[in-house]
Write a protein of this length. Structure first.
Length: 272
């Protein structure tokens, strides 16, 4: 197993998995979840009967990643996702397997968004599979609710995916070479005078062009279909300039946005 060293492409890749799993579990399971990478050399391996979900990647990254859960843990996650009372004596029925698959599809969707900023555009397709015969590098993620013990989630990376990740120069290393330029933008003479100015930010879910006739026909209860799918990130605008993208969340009853992609310093300054 290669060393999972902060700042390396492999660490960035695994951290995207960790953060996406944490955020989706917390939102979809209506509880606060924490996820950590288990770096112990004696971390337990996946059970032979583990439930498997395979993610195939294409584009910026290529290869397969296999997510595995012990059957009892898969049942627990499915029951929580379906808002059922957790009962380990129940079976992992087809409906519950489909619920777990939908939960992991949401994780895969968010992972794709996180990986885009580091490795470029990557397409992820997830499916339930039996244990594959291909070998790879395994990493254990530990997921836990605040009121429960740690739930192991085994992640197996195919040799092709590991090579693709390791050979990619992430945007973090590219940005490092641009730091001097960014500093020049953010530290121009008198720029600090603007830092206390209040600016209006706008969260845009999508947009639609309508003829005046249809606008005049709008009534209470009318539905307007926007140009964006539910799983796509929302836009954060400064004036009419896009400065970031992210996923919509609810914070204390108010809408919020969790930033997943930020434009570089020059583009943000150019929006002022």
């Amino acid at each position: 197993m290669p060393a999972i060293t902060p700042g390396t492409p492999l660490h960035s890749f695994l951290d995207a998995f960790r953060e996406a799993t944490r955020d989706v579990f917390s939102q979809a399971l209506a509880a606060t979840w924490m996820v950590e990478i288990d770096t112990r050399e004696d971390a337990p391996s996946a059970e032979p009967s583990a439930q498997c979900f395979q993610i195939s990647m294409s584009g910026g990254l290529r290869g397969e990643a296999l997510i595995q859960f012990a059957t009892g843990d898969a049942l627990l996650l499915a029951q929580k996702f379906l808002a059922e009372t957790p009962d380990p004596s129940q079976e992992l029925s087809p409906d519950r397997k489909e619920a777990l698959q939908e939960l992991l599809r949401q994780v895969a969707g968010l992972i794709a968004t996180r990986l885009k900023s580091m490795f470029g555009e990557a397409k992820l397709e997830g499916t339930n599979v039996d244990a594959p015969d291909w070998q790879g590098v395994s990493v254990t993620l530990l997921a836990s609710e605040t009121t429960s013990g740690k739930l192991p989630m085994w992640l197996r990376l195919s040799p092709e995916l590991l090579a693709s990740v390791s050979s990619t120069k992430t945007t973090s290393s590219v940005q490092a070479s641009d730091d001097s330029g960014a500093a020049a933008v953010t530290h121009e003479p008198n720029f600090d005078l603007l830092l206390g100015v209040n600016l209006n930010l706008t969260l845009r879910f999508g947009q639609r062009v309508l003829p005046l006739r249809e606008i005049l026909d709008l009534t209470s209860g009318s539905v307007i279909e926007l140009d964006r799918e539910v799983q796509e990130p929302a836009d954060l605008l400064l004036g009419d300039k896009l400065i970031a993208r992210g996923e919509v969340v609810i914070v204390d009853g108010n809408y919020g946005i969790r930033i997943t992609e930020v434009l570089d310093a020059r583009q943000r300054v150019g929006a002022l």
